[in-house]
Design a protein around this ligand. Structure first.
Ligand SMILES: Nc1ncnc2c1ncn2[C@@H]1O[C@H](COP(=O)(O)OP(=O)(O)OP(=O)(O)O)[C@@H](O)[C@H]1O
Length: 315
């Protein structure tokens, strides 16, 4: 559904050169739900904008929904849906009229547009607000309108740029239910960007991590966590001296009277370590064991925490 080869975008602004995306190779199969993760400025939006023909690449090629982005941008646009960051917010028309206008814009006939608008209002649970002005809706409702607008012409591929940013946790969960449901019932391929690691982890079947314009990981969330991060076991000792001795035996990070160790399988390692340490006269007074997160994956790959960067950017 999407193949990109060495896609690159370099911006030149005010005498400065920004390598926004460098040599991006990408392959997305029909029906996949892919989450594109990365810190602010990683190049996610630029990638989406190139794939949706809104921005010409500096070099490289891509074929999207069967059409070449350089040679047939109109073909790409007619086959895809694109929901940018916060698109419908300022619209003054009523929800239903907005959908009708979008259908007409996409070249659909009046009858077909009306039927399709009704279908989307129903499936995205917009019935109660269909006659209200888009401007007056809540953030979550507006995002659902955005998605309906992106889907009016029945695209087989939908791009969503940060669909849930700025929503409260309840609206985020609700929006995701709709996205997952859409994928399940229509088989639409969905390629979205998000800052929310938990969302990508739970809902996408495939996660691509981008940093400084390059894809640095591409797999299922489970595989990435297993391969790159592992479980994290924290052991607490009666003294810093004991903790230091334990760290010398097991490795890991030593902080005061506790140590933290990454291991592929904490369930199995933990009882063994406690036994071995005990035999060496190092008594473990408390132990915790935590499954890895995608943030641990990002940390393992870059030495930085995506969560902290996201929080700093949102502040
Ligand atoms: N039109 C532009 N002119 C100059 N630089 C740009 C332009 N658009 C993006 N950039 C730069 O390209 C880099 C990638 O930006 P991009 O918006 O693709 O990142 P992103 O991963 O989508 O970030 P965010 O999560 O904040 O939306 C950044 O350094 C950004 O400042």
């Amino acid at each position: 559904m999407i193949t990109a080869r060495r896609l690159t975008k370099t911006f030149r602004a005010k005498g400065r050169t920004v390598d926004a995306v460098t040599d991006l190779d990408l392959s997305v199969a029909p029906g996949e739900l892919v989450a594109f993760l990365g810190p602010n400025g990683a190049g996610k939006s630029t990638t989406l904008r190139m794939l949706t023909t809104l921005l010409p690449p500096t070099s490289g090629d891509a074929v999207v929904a069967g059409c070449d982005i350089r040679r047939d941008p109109a073909g790409v646009r007619s086959r895809i849906g694109y929901v940018g960051q916060g698109t419908s917010g300022g619209h003054t028309q009523r929800v239903r009229d907005e959908l009708h206008a979008q259908g007409a814009f996409s070249g659909m006939g009046r009858r077909e547009t009306r039927a399709r608008a009704d279908e989307l209002i129903d499936s995205l649970e917009l019935g109660q607000v269909a006659n209200r002005q888009v401007q007056s809706l809540s953030g979550g409702q507006k995002r659902r309108v955005d998605i309906a607008l992106g889907l009016i012409h029945r695209p087989s591929l939908l791009f969503l740029d940060e669909p849930s940013t700025g929503l409260d946790p309840h609206s985020r969960a609700n929006l995701w239910e709709h996205i997952v449901d859409l994928r399940r019932t229509t088989g639409t391929t969905i390629f979205l960007t998000t800052h929310y690691l938990d969302e990508a982890d739970q809902l996408a079947e495939r996660v691509m991590v981008m940093d400084h314009g390059r894809v640095i990981a591409d797999d299922t969330a489970a595989a990435l966590k297993q391969r790159l991060a592992g479980d994290r076991v924290t052991l607490e000792f009666g003294s810093a001296t004991d903790a230091a001795a334990a760290a010398a035996r097991l490795g890991g990070d030593h902080d005061g009277s506790s140590i933290s160790v990454a291991t592929p399988d904490g369930d199995v390692a933990l009882p063994r370590w406690i036994r071995d340490l005990d035999a060496a006269g190092l008594e473990v007074v408390a132990a915790t064991h935590r499954a890895p997160t995608l943030d641990d994956v990002f940390l393992a790959l870059t030495g930085r925490s995506l969560r902290e960067e996201g929080a700093a950017a949102a502040a």
